[in-house]
Design a protein around this ligand. Sequence first.
Ligand code: CP3
Length: 339
Amino acid sequence: MSSHLLIRAARGEVVERPPVWAMRQAGRWDPEFNRWRQGKSFYEFSEDVELAARASLSPRRFGVDAIILFYDITSLPVAMGLPFTLRPHVGPWPDQPIRSLDDVRRLSPRPEPTRFRHILDLLRRVKDELQEDLPVIVFAGAPFTVASYCLGTGKDLEETRRFAESQPQTWDALLHRLSEATVHFLNVLIREGADIYQLFDSWAGALRFDEYERWSASYHRRIFAEVAEVPRILFVKECPYLEVMCQSGADVVSLGTRHDLAAARREFPHLVFQGNVDQELLRCGTPEQVAEATRRCVQAGGGQRHIVNLNHGCDPGTRVENFEAFVRAVKECRGSGSV
Ligand code: CP3
């Protein structure tokens, strides 16, 4: 059994302080990352094991309690046979967007591990470097969010909905296929030593309740039931359906700024919560404001069953001194937690 602080907290064990990490802790807000990042396309960069390992490990210097591997939620559909290009100011874009059932059937539901060899090599490389000092987080996008990238609709929910309504069979087949591939992908990574995983359904929080149940929550439950060897984290950006998230089978539920962490801890005492410092503050605030908000967050979490994180990922405007203040504030709360 792992003895890493973050893993013990995710299992609900008593810890000496809450662990801290951030979504997109490796990214363009970090000048060091930008220096290495130059000159290669996003997928070339993330498929270069040396560079991806360097990017994954770079937040270590800030004192975070876990390392998330550097790849993307679209890396899985790439392995399934759908290449993507990163479009500046738009995001990942499929070279040939899914349009028909035949397009879905061409995607491999259980891609051979050789199709995502670079991620397995990255995991090995990062684990070797860490020597068990920190746990490794792997992740996948949930079917709804990944499907919207496969259609080329991304964050534009109206467009995604239009497709789902006009081609319900293709849409369902796509969600099913992505879900099968996700179970396979995560189980391979766990077999190879990943310590914990996070399922990102970033854009599902904007769905109506009935859509969320059909397109999002039903797949969360299936994936969490079928990938259960390590702790499971669910992230949905600012999700209005907290109760449904809490019944998904996740061990850890990520909260947004719309949620009250202390109330969630009281209402769902068997769960662990992650979050929920406002990432906007890391972009626009001062280090003092960030430290103050982080201390309030640690206090609201009560020191136990809490992983300190942001409401969403660090964006390119995040200030390095604010990220440092965020991590430092958690570590200075050492010993102040109550059981
Ligand atoms: O530290 C980490 O978390 C790094 C690993 C990581 C990346 N993407 C690398 C990346 C993770 C966990 C992701 C998840 C991801 N990717 C999500 C879910 C998280 C969230 O933000 O809600 C989503 C929706 C995506 C899709 C995606 N990939 C978008 C919208 C973009 C463009 C965003 C931008 O900032 O331009 C990407 C590209 C991408 N993936 C970048 C990084 C660091 C930035 C582009 C670059 O380096 O050129």
